[in-house]
Design a protein around this ligand. Structure first.
Ligand SMILES: [Zn+2]
Length: 313
């Protein structure tokens, strides 16, 4: 009988994950200290705007537009000091900026949190991906105003690709925090858990931050043992997902259980148990008799769970 782990890796499964469609040219090697001024002087420049952690979207029926021209951005209360150059689209430069959140928005513009934005399908994949980059970059700059080495104020460089410390010459680069997210499988069943803050009835794949000095596979084995008490053998990469809450990279894997008994980490999980494939399929279809569900389609957990449920080996 074939094993789930005998499959070949699907081509670029990451492209189907929410926030994965960013096509901006980041211009990482082409920037200098005039790049930001040149971008803001370009009449083609477009601005992705945030009121704190929510993106401003011009909503017109079922469609939303994330990119504003400069005059519109200023009417919405653009804080010019916050601007970061994200990169170049075919139409011209793309920047991210904060607006004054005290200012009232016109009826046609909504401030929308990024989970809702990804679930509602208001934006195309390219713009949703750029919004994720924008949110992570704005948050990084806001939280790294001071040097982590000597504590003195830092300065943005290269339009936002770096912050330098004039006092001690340290260079600071935007960070990405890798998170392993894994669906544990044993034959025809898988392990899912729920945290107390999840939506009612929702179960998901287990997840945890990868620690310094650790491989992805070892993080999957450690986290599964810590959270569920299950020992893991083979680990198989599935896909990755930029996760802008605030700057994670979700690294999705399937992993093979070597033991069956579950002892949940009660400090993290409200419940954790085995689900057979028929039950998982009902949860995906929204027809589970107990009303249990899996995370929404935009989440990598959904893709990991569907890959197991759809597997016809
Ligand atoms: Zn310093």
């Amino acid at each position: 009988m074939p094993s789930f782990f005998d499959q070949t890796t699907p081509a670029e499964a990451s492209q189907y994950n929410g926030f994965a469609g960013n096509r901006l040219d980041r211009l990482s090697e082409a920037r200098d200290e005039s790049s930001l001024a040149a971008a803001t002087a370009d009449p083609r420049a477009r601005y992705l705007l945030f009121a704190e952690e929510r993106a401003l979207i011009a909503v017109n029926g079922e469609a939303g537009i994330a990119a504003f021209e400069r005059p519109a951005a200023e009417r919405l209360g653009l804080l010019a000091d916050s601007l970061v150059l994200l990169g170049a689209a075919a139409e011209g430069p793309c920047l991210a900026g904060l607006v004054d959140e005290q200012r009232d928005l016109p009826d046609t513009v909504k401030a929308i949190d990024l989970r809702s934005l990804a679930s509602q399908g208001l934006l195309n994949a390219d713009d949703l991906g750029a919004i994720a980059q924008a949110r992570s970059m704005l948050a990084w700059h806001a939280n790294h105003q001071f040097c982590a080495r000597c504590g003195k104020p830092t300065l943005m460089r290269g339009g936002g690709v770096r912050r330098d410390c004039p006092a001690c010459s340290a260079q600071h680069f935007p960070r990405v925090d890798p998170v392993a997210i894994m669906l544990t499988i044993e034959g025809e069943r898988c392990v899912m858990g729920r945290q107390a803050h999840f939506a009612p009835g929702m179960y998901s794949a287990l997840a945890g931050f990868i620690e310094p000095g650790e491989t992805i596979e070892d993080a999957v084995r450690r986290e599964t043992l810590e959270e569920a008490g299950i020992e893991i053998g083979r680990v198989r990469y599935h896909s990755s997902q930029p996760w802008p809450f605030v700057s994670s990279l979700m690294i999705g894997c399937h992993c093979e259980a070597l033991t069956s008994d579950i002892s949940p980490d009660e400090s993290e999980l409200e419940d954790c148990r085995w689900f057979d494939r028929a039950e998982v399929r009902a949860m995906i279809a929204g027809s589970h008799p107990g009303g249990l569900v899996v995370p929404p389609r935009m989440a990598i957990a959904n893709r990991l769970i569907c890959a197991f449920a759809d597997w016809d080996g």
